[in-house]
Ligand binder design. Structure first.
Ligand code: HXC
Length: 259
């Protein structure tokens, strides 16, 4: 499939890479980009050869937010009818394979929200995260006021949302917003190595792990624990559980079949 606002490729035969590509607008998110992103994510999610997805931007910008040149014309009725400024935010949430965000440069507004929807965020040293919507008379609209406090705590989230202050990569790592920080030139290598490690894990366990960790953000602890236990039990019906445990005891590498 040919895309205009992003590129896709497969690395190592098993990692689906999506690179946002509206360089002149610092990857600002418009409807076309969000539609193409939804399509590309769903295509990789449905492809049995793919075990993990990497979502990235350019060295200068992961994404500088929703496209302000489009939003400037909107009125309440326009955005209320379509629910979001742009579509497919729920599609991103519905992807079942692990998604790694490889973030360099600006991740602002919807760009920061997009990064926070990824399962793991790896940041380049030049990454800058922010929710500057208040400066243009709005607030975050794709989960920023909800996911940011869960990631970095209330005080830092309020600080960023109310003052529009950007957080650099080091602070983002200290605060738990990202899992690792690497030099810009190593960003894709690190993201791909992480993705390949995940691809080497039994697929059903990886999907269940993602589902269960995400449940931690959606439910009270007792429900989350129960959800985890049910998935944990279910994995004992997979061949890869048997193979993983037998291989460990036989001191040989496991041969997983993703079944
Ligand atoms: C449209 C954008 C844009 C955006 C940058 N550009 N961000 N266009 N929407 N969000 C465009 C600029 O207009 C400019 O176009 C070109 O990209 C380069 O940007 P500069 O500002 O010249 O670059 P720089 O000086 O390096 O500053 C980078 C920046 C700044 C700090 C990222 O561009 C900026 O503050 N952008 C807006 C960030 C923002 O407010 N994001 C939140 C949007 S609201 P020209 O044509 O002049 O070269 C949002 C709500 C989400 O995201 C809701 C989801 C439902």
């Amino acid at each position: 499939m040919a895309y205009e606002t992003l590129t896709t490729r497969v690395e190592a035969g098993q990692v689906g890479v999506i690179a946002l590509n509206r360089p002149k607008q610092l990857n600002a998110l418009n409807d076309q980009l969000m539609d193409e992103l939804g399509t590309a994510l769903k295509a990789f999610d449905a492809d049995d050869a793919i075990g993990c997805i990497v979502l990235t931007g350019s060295d200068k910008a992961f994404a500088a937010g929703a496209d302000i040149s489009v939003m400037v014309k909107y009125e309440f009725a326009d955005v209320y009818k379509t629910e979001y400024i742009s579509r497919n935010w729920e599609t991103i949430r519905s992807i079942r394979k692990p998604v790694i965000g490889a973030v360099a440069g600006f991740a602002l507004g919807g760009g920061c929200e997009l990064a926070m929807m990824c399962d793991i965020v790896i940041a380049a040293e030049n990454a800058k995260f922010g929710q500057p919507e208040i400066k243009i008379g709005i607030i975050p609209g794709a989960g920023g006021t909800q996911r940011l406090p869960r990631a970095v705590g209330k005080s830092k989230a309020m600080d960023m949302v109310l003052t529009a202050r950007m957080m650099d990569a080091q602070e983002a790592e200290r605060s738990g917003l990202v899992s690792r920080v690497v030099p810009v030139e190593k960003l894709m290598d690190e993201a791909l190595a992480t993705a390949i490690t995940i691809c080497g894990m039994p697929r059903l366990a990886a999907m269940a792990a993602k589902e269960s960790v995400n449940r931690a953000f959606e439910s009270p602890l007792s429900d989350g624990i129960l959800f985890e236990r049910r998935l944990f039990h279910a994995l004992f019906s997979t061949r890869d559980q048997e193979e993983g445990m037998e291989a460990f005891l036989a001191k040989r590498p496991a041969r997983f079949t993703n079944s």
